[in-house]
Write a new protein. Structure first.
Length: 187
């Protein structure tokens, strides 16, 4: 597990650290290489869409995922500011069911978090502003969308403390606890 990760190491979750070439002009890096990602994961990933969000300090988004037939894998990175990015294992037969991994993604460290389908995803903005860009393996489909309450005590994510209040959408405030979920809503 990377030095800045919290929670437990979970099979399938990968932190990609790009090679960054810096000098007095700035930097260059490959932000996406299909060959590199597929070689590391050991299987082929096909992305269909890129998403980009802007959030202010204290915005907490999640825990979101989509069930089959529109389950999504996500490759997440922070391109401005800093977030605490979380993946929760919701694969019912997994030895790490309901365990989570949290990683600080920043514009400076340029790390990317791979979250395969079978995981819920969320993040907390811990700087004044943060821009998050992520690739997904399937399109958004409202009928497949699900949410788990970010503060579910059964999962017990240890979110970083911030200066200020959490800003959470009404939809995310009304998300289900894991023990309220239908078995078909998990993997």
């Amino acid at each position: 597990m990377p030095a800045n990760a919290q929670g437990k190491e979970i099979e399938g979750i990968v932190v990609f650290e790009p090679n960054v070439f810096e000098d007095d002009r700035g930097f260059f890096m490959e932000s996406w290489s299909e060959k590199r990602v597929n070689d590391i994961l050991g299987y082929n990933v096909h992305f269909v869409q890129d998403n980009h969000s802007l959030s202010s300090l204290g915005v907490l988004r999640g825990l979101h995922y989509q069930i089959n037939p529109h389950a999504q894998g996500k490759l997440v990175r922070c391109i401005a500011g800093e977030i605490f990015d979380v993946a929760v294992d919701i694969r019912k037969t997994s030895q790490t069911f309901l365990q989570w991994v949290g990683v600080h993604l920043t514009a400076q460290n340029k790390k990317q978090l791979w979250i395969p389908h079978g995981f819920a995803h969320g993040f907390l903005t811990i700087t004044q502003r943060a821009e998050v860009a992520y690739k997904v393996t399937d399109y958004w489909a409202q009928e497949s969308e699900r949410s788990i309450l970010w503060s579910d005590p059964e999962i017990h994510i240890v979110w970083p403390k911030i200066n200020g209040n959490l800003l959470i959408s009404n939809k995310d405030k009304r998300a289900n606890l894991i023990n309220e979920m239908n078995g078909n809503d998990l993997f």
